[in-house]
Design a protein around this ligand. Structure first.
Ligand code: SAM
Ligand code: FES
Length: 348
């Protein structure tokens, strides 16, 4: 039955709620292998063996939000806070550009220091220097008007994980953010014309299989260009410090399912996945993931952008990561693609 259901999903990119629940409840070793095989076939048909590289710049760890699982939440007094100025950000881009990156991902906490004008200035500077480069922004929940301004300044893509599609669970783990607003932000981003990235964490304390099914159904409805899925990992200064994190196996299953539900999606093998297992990213890639996001932030700040314990690559030069990741991708049987790597279905 599992095989039949996976075949149905492979052919139609759809399943009923009960069918998906059946898979999650009964998958077993054989089912998992078959699911990964079908996810791999799908990615090969759509994107081939290519893995897109994005240079990640974590430009501020100030955050006004209080997501209770996140190490840089406003409540955490132990964080050594930093902000990168325009010149520092441009230095990261310079280095990244020389290493071949053609997408820069600018990510940060929700930091009011960066007004819309400042963000627009940063974007315009980067776009002026590197005309063949895509910019992805990831700075949380903003108004429709702000999103519109960033888009007009040249931002191509926006990452805003929905975190969990269970309203109840969402509200348990966010103190000053509400579910409806986060979801509305994603629809707004789509309407404006961004390539949109939603996504969720796997293994959040008390998260159920039904919650994960909600994530998949929500994503199927939103139909985003990118989906970020990573394991929840505890952070020592949060209320979840003693909790178990999400597992490699559960995360891999969700990645493979997403590849089958949304065949065209850009799906990163996340740093969090590489943190919980030495070959986590490789396993993710073998299960349908086709993006990696090596770090371009200055080494001095990497450790400070600490969302969870044990983050990898905090001491590695951008060039080392670039080489290391390429090696890993090739050893796993895939090839590196340094182009902008837009979603192939997307038209601006
Ligand atoms: N502030 C922006 C936002 O809210 O979208 C972007 C930065 S936020 C730190 C980036 C992502 O980190 C979140 O979407 C969340 O899924 C992830 N994250 C935060 N804490 C985490 C944890 N303890 N384990 C795994 N992922 C975590
Ligand atoms: Fe950063 Fe391997 S990816 S050192």
């Amino acid at each position: 039955t599992i095989k039949k259901l996976i075949n149905k999903l492979y052919k139609s990119n759809e399943l009923e709620w009960e069918e998906l629940l059946y898979i999650l409840n009964h998958i077993g070793e054989y089912g998992k292998e078959y699911l990964i095989q079908k996810a791999h076939e799908t990615r090969m048909k759509v994107y081939g063996d290519r893995v897109f590289m994005r240079g990640l710049i974590e430009f501020t760890n100030y955050c006004k939000k209080g997501c209770i699982y996140c190490g840089i939440g406003a409540f955490n007094k132990n964080v050594d806070r930093y902000r990168l100025g325009l010149e520092e950000i441009l230095l990261c881009c310079d280095e990244g550009y020389k290493l071949g990156y053609r997408t820069f991902v600018l990510q940060g906490g929700e930091d009011n220091f960066y007004s819309d004008d400042k963000i627009e200035e940063i974007i315009e500077e980067i776009k002026n220097r590197y005309k063949d480069t895509a910019i992805t922004l990831s700075i949380g929940e903003k108004s429709y008007e702000s999103y519109e301004k960033y888009f007009n300044a040249g931002v191509d893509r926006y990452l805003l994980r929905h975190e969990t599609a269970s309203k109840e669970l969402f509200e348990k783990i966010h103190t000053n953010s509400n579910y409806e607003n986060r979801i509305q932000c994603l629809w707004n981003l789509k309407k404006i014309g961004y390539q949109v990235g939603a996504g969720f964490m796997v293994g959040i304390p008390t998260q159920t299989k039904e919650d994960l099914i909600k994530d998949i159904f929500f994503l199927k409805e939103l139909d985003p260009e990118m989906v970020g899925i990573g394991p929840f990992i505890p952070h020592k200064d949060t209320v979840f410090h003693n909790e178990e994190g999400g597992t490699l196996e559960d995360t891999i299953i969700m990645l493979a399912l997403l590849r089958l539900f949304l065949p065209y999606v850009l799906l990163p093998a996340t740093t969090a996945l590489g943190t919980i297992h030495p070959f986590g990213r490789e396993q993710g890639i073998k299960a349908g993931a086709n993006v990696v996001m090596p770090n371009l932030s200055p080494i001095g700040v990497r450790e400070k952008y600490s969302l969870y314990n044990g983050k990898i690559c905090t001491g590695d030069e951008a060039a080392e990561c670039r080489g290391c990741i390429q090696n890993r991708i090739e050893k796993a049987g895939f090839s590196v693609d340094m182009s902008r790597g837009d979603n192939i279905k997307w038209r601006r």
